[in-house]
Design a protein around this ligand. Structure first.
Ligand code: ATP
Ligand code: MG
Length: 562
């Protein structure tokens, strides 16, 4: 991988500035350790890519380390196949984590021991109220919360109840363990948050060992501390949780060298949704064909669509890390994809909507191999031979019987270049009984070998073609936005799924491609000349996903040469 096209590190930002200051000040003994902590309740999406690029990127740049930790505290929604998929996606994006994959569930025994410790210190209590009551007592930003009637339970009783919760004596929801902080605290996060809830559910790693599970809040900061994380980087919504995480660490026997949390803005992208809850609803509701559907903003969906990991990294580094939430245009992301593909993908000829072109003066049965450049952007990609014969497929869009001004492609009497082959001039058309043109007739100029006229005459258009007897059949899938609205989540009182695009995929069967396409392997990426970038499906041979079209309106905006 060239470092120019696939940067692993990003531009300066407030996280990097902070880490730099800490390293210079010798904090944490000069150590830099980050982590990427997904919950395995779904596969990763482009928003996670931003977090991955930041965490692993900072670790790389400062010679530190980055761990991968599954935040697996909700047995009902988490699955082992999501864990495996997350690992695969992080690797695909180009990053390696330090040590084995960690799990919050590895820390369940320690977290439980610490819960008993808080109880013994009078800093936690068992509450017999149900979730709704507890939530109703939390108050608001301007009114304080209400103390639970169980708040002053004696330590011994709390300890006994907690142990019996753990032993499975009570049904789901019967009791919770809460921290005993301050129901009037100005920050509602510190109003006696729940630490443990009862769930008689099997966990994908710990099985039925536990029937009480820690909340995310109780598990997250301590997991970071247990792993030796120095910088806990997370998204802005956890800003208000930071004082709670610090309160926990203050009251537990944790070494002074504890993590500090920094919050950055989540990534949002137009014309899609990025919460796993919604993505999972798209899958469950059958709106897409799975988490790896090429229309999904998941890493596996984008991979199947043909997005190169280098392009995702370049995009994440370009948008940078800030403290204000916003939404990035999907066209910007596509522009990075196109850039990378332009550099790296070989060109091939394919005709999606075929129209037969017969070269009347080309000898019947003759075949010649014409040499075609594989990638004009990359001379090292070389050339290939493509068979040319009397009958060719051209694209329907490249012929018009009655062309308007500015249409320079094939038309009656008009001469055009067949890419890398010859000049041809249209002589006639053949119609079916309904009058539709089903065949175009032409003559070629044998002197124009290689698509060059020795007399220097010019043509205004070059079109692509495929030899009929040599063509291989393919199916092309052309994608449009999954949601018609740029911000499907931002319409008050409307379900984002109301804006699902009913025409987000068009399946084009009966397409033809040059014979070399049969040699491509699953997931290979190519440019179909003049049509777009395509990727071979990983499951079905002969199916090509259009990754992105050729036109880039963003290149100029991004200040590069188009
Ligand atoms: P989701 O709403 O998609 O479920 P989440 O934050 O609940 O998001 P996690 O699996 O808990 O998903 O996230 C793992 C890490 O990725 C967290 O550190 C989280 O902050 C980060 N992350 C998740 N979504 C985004 C996003 N859109 N932009 C940037 N970082 C994100
Ligand atoms: Mg989450």
């Amino acid at each position: 991988m060239s470092s120019e096209s696939s940067p692993r590190s990003g531009p300066p930002d407030f996280v990097r500035d902070q880490v730099r200051r800490d390293v210079d000040a010798g904090s944490h003994g000069g150590r830099v350790q980050l982590r990427f902590p997904p919950e395995p309740n779904g596969y990763l999406h482009i928003g996670h890519a931003k977090s991955i690029c930041l965490n692993f990127g900072v670790a790389d740049e400062f010679g530190g380390s980055c761990t991968l930790r599954m935040d697996d505290t909700n047995p009902e929604t988490e699955r082992a196949d999501f864990v495996a998929g997350i690992e695969e996606d992080v690797r695909w994006l180009g990053f390696r984590w330090d040590g084995p994959t960690r799990y919050a569930s590895d820390y369940f025994p320690q977290l439980y021991a610490w819960a008993e410790l808080l109880v013994e210190r009078g800093l936690a209590y068992v509450d017999d109220q149900d979730a709704e009551t507890i939530s109703a007592q939390r108050g608001g930003f301007t009114e304080p919360g209400v103390d639970s009637p169980y708040r002053d339970r004696p330590v011994e009783e709390n300890l006994d109840l907690l142990r019996r919760m753990r032993a499975g004596e009570f049904p789901d929801g019967a009791r919770v363990l809460r921290a005993r902080i301050d129901m009037a605290h100005p920050n509602p996060q510190l109003r006696d948050p729940v630490l443990y809830r009862i769930r008689h559910a099997a966990h994908h790693r710990t099985g039925t060992q536990w029937c009480i599970y820690p909340t995310y809040d109780w598990a997250h900061g301590q997991s970071d501390a247990l792993e030796g994380t120095t910088h806990s980087v997370c998204t802005l919504e956890f800003d208000a949780h930071r004082p709670l995480y610090e309160w926990f660490l203050d009251h537990l026997p944790i070494p002074a060298d504890r993590p500090h949390q920094y919050e950055f803005a989540r990534l949002n992208v137009t014309h899609t949704v990025l919460s796993k809850r919604r993505l999972s609803a798209l899958v469950e509701g059958g709106h897409v064909d799975g988490w790896d559907d090429p229309r999904m903003p998941t890493l596996r969906g984008m991979r199947r669509l043909g997005y190169p990991p280098e392009a995702l990294r370049a995009f994440c580094n370009h948008i940078g890390v800030a403290k204000v939430n916003g939404t990035n245009e999907v066209e910007l992301l596509e522009s990075f994809v196109r850039d990378e593909l332009n550099r790296t993908s070989t060109r091939r000829m394919a005709v999606l909507r075929p129209l037969r072109l017969v070269v009347e003066n080309y000898p019947e049965g003759q075949v010649e191999q014409v040499e075609v450049v594989n990638n004009p952007e990359d001379p090292s990609a070389g050339t290939r031979l493509v068979p040319f014969s009397r009958e060719l497929w051209i694209d329907r869009d490249d012929f018009l019987e009655d062309p308007p001004a500015k249409f320079y492609r094939l038309a009656p009497g008009r001469e055009v270049r067949l890419r890398a082959a010859y000049f041809v001039r249209c002589t006639d058309v053949v119609r079916d009984t309904s009058g539709e043109v089903v065949e175009v007739r032409c003559t070629y100029d044998p002197a124009t070998t290689g698509g060059q006229a020795p007399d220097g005459r010019k043509v205004k258009a070059t079109i692509h073609w495929v030899s009929v007897p040599h063509a291989v059949p393919i199916e092309a899938r052309l994608y449009d936005r999954l949601f018609t609205e740029p911000h499907p989540d931002a319409h008050e009182g409307r379900d984002p799924f109301d804006f699902l695009n009913p025409n987000s995929v068009e399946v084009v069967g009966g397409a033809w491609a040059e014979p070399s396409l049969a040699e491509l392997a699953p997931a290979d990426r190519v440019q179909f000349e003049r049509v777009g970038y395509f990727c071979v499906d990983t499951n079905v041979p002969g199916v090509f996903h259009r990754t992105v079209g050729l036109r880039d309106d963003w290149a100029k905006i991004r200040g590069r040469t188009a």
